[in-house]
Design a protein around this ligand. Sequence first.
Ligand SMILES: NC(=O)c1ccc[n+]([C@@H]2O[C@H](COP(=O)([O-])OP(=O)(O)OC[C@H]3O[C@@H](n4cnc5c(N)ncnc54)[C@H](O)[C@@H]3O)[C@@H](O)[C@H]2O)c1
Ligand SMILES: [Zn+2]
Length: 370
Amino acid sequence: MTPSVENLRVELGERAYDILIGPNLIAKTGEHILPLMRRKQAVIVTDEIVAKPLLKPLQQSLDAAGVDHRTIVLPPGEGTKDLAHFGRLVDDILACNIERGTMLVALGGGVVGDIAGFAAATLLRGIDFVQIPTTLLAQVDSSVGGKTAINTAAGKNLLGAFYQPRLVLADTGAMATLPRRELLAGYAEIVKYGLIADAEFFDWLDAEGGKVCDLDPAALNRAVLTSCRMKAEIVAGDERETGDSRALLNFGHTFGHALEAETGFGDALLHGEAVALGMVLAFDFAVRLRIASGQDATRARRHIARMGLPTELGAIGLAGKADRLLAHMGKDKKVRDGRITLILPRHIGEAYVMRDAKSEDLRAFLAEAA
Ligand SMILES: NC(=O)c1ccc[n+]([C@@H]2O[C@H](COP(=O)([O-])OP(=O)(O)OC[C@H]3O[C@@H](n4cnc5c(N)ncnc54)[C@H](O)[C@@H]3O)[C@@H](O)[C@H]2O)c1
Ligand SMILES: [Zn+2]
């Protein structure tokens, strides 16, 4: 049975917006954005890979709604999120004779969403924008929460803004063409939500995760909806990441960031793969500190491994690199006063912010981790 479209409201006062989740939404973009438009003009930003299967249906739906539109196609990949591409992108958008009421439509994964979102945040001091996330990671994570950014020579996501879209259309059918490896990387963020805040959701994933990754429409809808709902709730309570609640979303990310840094932030280890292994490491470290039980850690690891995500440092050539990993963790922005802040699990379904992890403890742990 085809699941119906779910509507999730992100409660952010005057910046509140809806996330629609369901199959076949891209073909209905025109009718969904028309009521939000101050001007019947849109600029679509996408990448070359996404454009092939998904640009036409989007353009046709804008045509059907009588919306004037132009399209800018970026090269795919993280390399596009830099200042040079950003400079060209804003010039190209300005060349479309935009006004504040022009709708910028970001069609793509987190790369397109982040760079187009930052362009929307800054062009004319802010123009309207809609996110149409086309990767699982973008649907459950990057398109929700209003963070937009590009990379600089000094590091990832260092130039950006909090800027909320007017609407998110998470078309679960759009992922039919997404490579399985990218899909699994996004799935890691879904598992994260279960592990940090919802034991029942984790139980369901443990049973039905295979269906989610095989793109079973009902299972996929439920996984995306539950994840977005959780992120939306956390974001609504902590829009600019000043409290602890939004920090919980970094579960697995401090370890993961070190793994990504050591493997060069590239195809060797995708972000979601690093997060998957990072979550396993966080569980094992919590067990070592007697904060979590070995039983829960084993359950989490087994699920992640069974889904085909990495769970061992050795498998990615990083066993025995404790000092290098620790150095990366020390550079992470979640460090205050020399102590490392980690998100650690108490058990499956509950995590907390630990502000004073000792680097000696971490070094000893990483040195032994296989
Ligand atoms: N703003 C946030 O809160 C936030 C959160 C997490 C990650 N991010 C950012 O998101 C980016 C990663 O996002 P991503 O994993 O979506 O990467 P991505 O945008 O690079 O997409 C991954 C690959 O899949 C391709 N692709 C996208 N949709 C497809 C589809 N439907 N069919 C076939 N191919 C498709 C893309 O062309 C690309 O090659 C990073 O830059 C990261 O910093 C931002
Ligand atoms: Zn992440």
